[in-house]
Design a protein around this ligand. Structure first.
Ligand code: FES
Ligand code: FES
Length: 254
């Protein structure tokens, strides 16, 4: 900052702006520096003031002597009642309408099996099923799913009986820390249903063929949205192949 800048001692700042900062006229005369923080806070307060003549608290005219500045309140939408159907059960929750499905599942409903990795659609740890299709729960709002059937990892093993995909993951040691595993399993379940429906992927050689083979390239391509920091990929592929043989019917998991 050059000498004589507006940021030292007031300079050309408007008197109105200076009255919103902690720099009093007397101290300005003494050449007290106006910090960047004071300047920004004062500017925000000045911008948030009521229009001239509006009166009320917070107006420049009503500010008591010696008051430095007023912070503007952060305003947002009121919490909303949201009804979600998860694993066949209805849940009424009060949540911020801007809450993601992931946060709502974990923090409002208490289903913490769905994990938060990146929280921005890159790792797949938050994979759940909505109406039988896999989605990333961190990339969608809970209020968008009040009419949907949601399935989480907790919903695929009713009565404590492991799903064949879960059993295959255990048998093939397809995890280490386990943080990505619920998302991997939910993706694997959806993958097997996609194969059964004959839906091609970028790895499918003949997209016009009526059936898609559960090959290693197909598994790797279709699981590519699920990252594993422990790098258990070979075991995951083996587990999905085995589960594909074991699961004869669509999973019904969502
Ligand atoms: S937490 Fe949703 S994709 Fe990573
Ligand atoms: S098992 Fe650790 S991140 Fe996949």
């Amino acid at each position: 900052m050059s000498a004589g800048s507006d940021y030292t001692g007031g300079g050309n700042l408007s008197p109105a702006l200076l009255t919103t900062t902690s720099v009093t006229p007397d101290r300005r005369d003494e050449g007290v520096a106006l910090s960047r923080h004071d300047f920004l806070a004062g500017a925000a307060s000045w911008n948030a003031r009521p229009p001239a003549g509006a009166g009320g608290m917070g107006g420049a005219g009503s500010r008591p002597p010696g008051t430095s500045f007023h912070r503007a309140e952060a305003l947002g939408p009121e919490p909303a009642r949201i009804t979600l159907t998860v694993n066949g059960r209805r849940h009424d929750v009060i949540a911020d309408p801007r809450a993601t499905l992931l946060d709502t599942l974990r923090e409002r409903i208490g289903l913490t099996g769905t994990k938060k990795g990146c929280d921005r659609g890159e790792c797949g740890a938050c994979t759940v099923h909505v109406n039988g299709r896999r989605i990333l729960a961190c990339m969608t709002l809970a209020v968008m799913h009040t009419a949907d059937e949601i399935t989480t990892i907790e919903g695929i093993a009713p009565d404590g009986q492991l799903h064949p995909v879960q059993a295959a993951f255990i048998e093939h040691d397809a995890f280490q820390c386990g943080y990505c595993t619920s998302g991997q399993i939910m993706s694997a379940l959806a993958l097997l249903d996609e194969i059964r429906r004959g839906e091609p992927s970028a790895a499918t050689d003949d997209v016009t063929a009526p059936a898609v083979m559960l090959s290693e390239p197909e598994i790797r391509e279709r699981m590519s949205g699920n990252l594993c920091r422990c790098s258990c990929y070979p075991q995951i592929v083996a587990a999905v192949r085995q589960a594909g043989d074991a699961v004869a019917e669509p999973s019904g998991a969502g």
